[in-house]
Structure formats: structure tokens, C-alpha cells
Design a protein around this ligand. Structure first.
Ligand SMILES: [Zn+2]
Length: 340
């Protein structure tokens, strides 16, 4: 048995074990507000933008009439000091490791932010906590944190714009990291400013819907992220004739739908959910990519209704009788497969 096949088997046995025990995550809501846990409506915990529409604080194509993506959940405070500033403590949603602490608000539109990675869960997702006022004293990169541990205080820090006092909130994300080679992509795109966030730059992070996950978890429809991601709807499926293993799939082997063939990997079939998360990976053999040039990409399935409903994510464009990658899928191919 090849090394990769052995890893897959280990993962598969892990899945079988988790199914048997329903491996239910130890998960915490990231703020002290109990409204969600108590089953109350989103108005009791979601902070809208200045539009005042509560949906503008949700995940997805929720802003500027659906043309602007919001990659997390905005949660408002339940405590304020005499100056009217938010004082809610921020809690680690899961046990994990501190990977990034950005203390200079001007360095990111996230303002002051923390990224945790969660190696104990499958896939080993990240969580991100943004617009913080204060990072918990002594917290540093590399520290282990427990579920529910205080890591910061809510605030309204931001780079490039101002969040007024009355709209202080936590921006919270769940997601996957695209590449270990982010610096190469960042140089290639010539942004004109240095990347001070290493691998934890928001452009290297792809979120999925925290409220949808928390809701399904609360309702016991899913017990963990693997069960949740396996049930994502496919908006776009593509094939790529690239016979290498991106670090993405080495990092998240739980997203493999079957073992990597020991006879030779010739490409991948990857499913994207409607907001562009590459959540299901099927390794392909040479026979599967016959006629495709090296690194060629072929769109093999498009759910046009789902793509239309999430039009702020530009995954594919119709061309001739089929589709070709659009802006956001092109970026994903650059990041994950190193295409240039
Ligand atoms: Zn936000």
C-alpha cells in the first residue's frame, strides 16, 4: 500500500469511527450573547451594516443589492462601558492553536484580528475573529487555546474605513486556507503593498457559512465539519489535468472522495459550493483526463440557478455551449494549483 493510500485509509477509518460515535464537536458561540443558543431570531444577535438590513450581517452575497460578498458573520455586543464601547469578551469557538495575531488595525480591513487553526478536527479548519479592541494579554502565536477560552475583547477596529461605536461587532469566520505558497501568488498579483499577514491574509482564506453550520449543529443535523461539508450543494464542478497534490488536499485529506490512485495521479475533479469553497476532491487517472493539455481546466457541471443566486461570487462564465472559469475560480486555480 502506498503512503498516500495509507493516509487515506487512516482518514477513512477516522470517518467510520466518527460516524459510529457521531464525533460531536465541542463548540462554543464566540460571544457572550446567548440569543442564538436560546433559539431567538437573527435580529437578536446579527449586526447589520449602515443599511439597517439584518441580512447584511450574514454570510454570503448579502451586501450592495447582492453584488458584494461578506465572508463571515457580524455579531453585536451585549455589554458596553460608560463611553458606549463594546466590552464583550471573545471566545475561541473550538480548541486549537493561535496562528496569527494582527495588532495594527490599519494593516487589514479586518482591523485587529486573530486566526486560530483547529488541528484536532477534520478538516482542520481555521476560525477568524476581527475588529477586536484588545487581544487578551499574553496570548501569542503558537499558544494552544481551549473551547470557550477568552482570546480578546470585541471592538470596532478596521483598516481603511471606520466602524461607528454603535455598530461595534465581532466579524467571525469558519473556513479553509488555500495555499502554503501564498507569497508567490501575492507577488504575482502585484498588489503594491507588502503582505504582513503571511499565510493568514484574508485572500488566502475561504469561508463557509458560520450561521448555517451553527444552526445545523444545534439542530443535530450534523455533528462536525466533515459531515457538514459533505452535504454542501455543488454549484460548479471542474476537472484539471494536473497530476500533483496541492498542499490544500494534503492539509485537508478528509475532503478526498476516494484514495489517490497508486498507479499515477493525472488530475482532479473538484466540486465548489455556491460561494466557491472546494469541498470535494476526486483524484483522476490518465484515462479521466484524456485529450486535456497539461494544467487544462474543464468545467463539467454548473448549477446555473445556484450560480445566479450567488452572483457576487464569479465562478464561471458561459462561453459557447459551455462555461469557462470567471474571476473567483481563476483566483482559486492560481492559489491552489499554482496556475499563472
Ligand atoms: Zn463582517
Amino acid at each position: 500500500m502506498s503512503f498516500r493510500a495509507l493516509i487515506y485509509l487512516t482518514v477513512a477509518m477516522g470517518v467510520a469511527a466518527s460516524t459510529a460515535q457521531a464525533q460531536r464537536l465541542d463548540l462554543a458561540w464566540p460571544t457572550p450573547n446567548t440569543a442564538f443558543r436560546d433559539g431567538r431570531s437573527i435580529e437578536t444577535f446579527i449586526q447589520p451594516t449602515e443599511s439597517g438590513e439584518v441580512t447584511s450581517g450574514l454570510f454570503g452575497c448579502v451586501r450592495t443589492s447582492g453584488s458584494q460578498f461578506h465572508e463571515g458573520l457580524d455579531l453585536y455586543p451585549v455589554a458596553r462601558n460608560r463611553q458606549g464601547e463594546a466590552t464583550d469578551k471573545i471566545f475561541a469557538a473550538l480548541s486549537g492553536v493561535v496562528r496569527h495575531i494582527s495588532t495594527k488595525p490599519g494593516d487589514s480591513s479586518y482591523g485587529r484580528y486573530i486566526v486560530l487553526e483547529h488541528p484536532d478536527v477534520t478538516p482542520a479548519i481555521y476560525t477568524l475573529y476581527a475588529h477586536l479592541s484588545v487581544v487578551e494579554s499574553g496570548l501569542k502565536v503558537g499558544d494552544r487555546v481551549a473551547t470557550g477560552q477568552t482570546i480578546a475583547t470585541m471592538g470596532r477596529s478596521a483598516g481603511g474605513y471606520t466602524i461607528p461605536k454603535e455598530r461595534a461587532h465581532l466579524h467571525f469566520e469558519f473556513g479553509l486556507r488555500m495555499t502554503d505558497n501564498f507569497s508567490s501568488w501575492y507577488s504575482f498579483r502585484k498588489f503594491g503593498s507588502p503582505n504582513v499577514h503571511a499565510l493568514w491574509n484574508g485572500m488566502n482564506l475561504t469561508g463557509f457559512d458560520p450561521l448555517d453550520f451553527f444552526t445545523r449543529f444545534r439542530e443535530r443535523e450534523v455533528n462536525n465539519f466533515q459531515e457538514y461539508l459533505a452535504r454542501q450543494p455543488a454549484a460548479v464542478t471542474f476537472r484539471i489535468a494536473a497530476g500533483r497534490e496541492p498542499d490544500f488536499i494534503r492539509r485537508y485529506p478528509g475532503l478526498l472522495t476516494k484514495p489517490i490512485p497508486s498507479s499515477g495521479l493525472a488530475g482532479w475533479e473538484v466540486k465548489l459550493n455556491p460561494t466557491g469553497l472546494p469541498y470535494a476532491w476526486t483524484p483522476l487517472t490518465a484515462a479521466d483526463v484524456t485529450g486535456m493539455a497539461p494544467n487544462a481546466v474543464r468545467i463539467t457541471q454548473v448549477d446555473t440557478e445556484r450560480v445566479r443566486m450567488h452572483r457576487c461570487k464569479q465562478l464561471v462564465t458561459a462561453r459557447g455551449t459551455g462555461h469557462v472559469p470567471a474571476r473567483d475560480l481563476t483566483t482559486l486555480l492560481q492559489l491552489v494549483f499554482g496556475l499563472r
